[in-house]
Design a protein around this ligand. Structure first.
Ligand code: FEO
Length: 171
């Protein structure tokens, strides 16, 4: 059993993960529409990862016998002035998600819910990676600035990204 406080906080987090997925799918569609297929590919994979995060939380609630409640997903933006702007928005969003995960962890500690705390360890490590990746891409796009060849090269690099389901989902 988990407390109502924990299950409603996890349900809220599920909505955030889906919203994150919508945000990145919207970014993917935007960059696809302007011919930046590599960046679009990167964001499409990010979208899949976010839906996988939501699924991990859903599986966890189901495993604990708690009710999953799916709420409406709020609208997401659909335009970004440049790749740099999109990745800056990505980093800002991931920092926000990190603080939500930290709050969940603090709540699990308060409730002495050790199983939830243990499950959240995966997300804490994942957020370090999410922020680092967004920062690296910001650094790369800042470095090339408006240089078309530089942007083309990063786009080609991002086209190589492939999706790998998180280990927690492949069990
Ligand atoms: Fe679900 Fe990008 O963290």
């Amino acid at each position: 059993m988990i407390s109502n406080k924990i299950s409603s906080a996890i349900n809220a987090q599920i909505n955030w993960e889906f919203w994150s997925g919508y945000l990145y799918l919207s970014m993917a569609n935007h960059f696809e529409s302007i011919g930046r297929k590599g960046i679009a590919n990167w964001f499409r994979i990010q979208f899949k990862e976010e839906f996988a995060h939501a699924q991990i939380f859903i599986n966890y609630l189901n495993a604990r016998g708690a009710k999953v409640v799916l709420s409406p997903i709020k609208e997401v933006p659909s335009e970004w002035a440049s790749p740099l702007e999109a990745f800056a928005a990505t980093l800002a969003h991931e920092r926000q998600v990190t603080s939500l995960i930290n709050n969940l962890y603090a709540l699990a500690e308060e409730e002495k819910d050790f199983a939830t705390r243990q499950m959240l360890n995966w997300f804490i490590a994942e957020q370090v990676e999410e922020e680092e990746t967004a920062q690296d891409l910001i650094d790369n796009f800042t470095l090339v600035g408006e240089d078309g060849t530089g942007i083309y090269q990063i786009d080609a690099e991002l086209a190589k990204r492939t999706y790998k389901a998180p280990a927690l989902l492949s069990k």
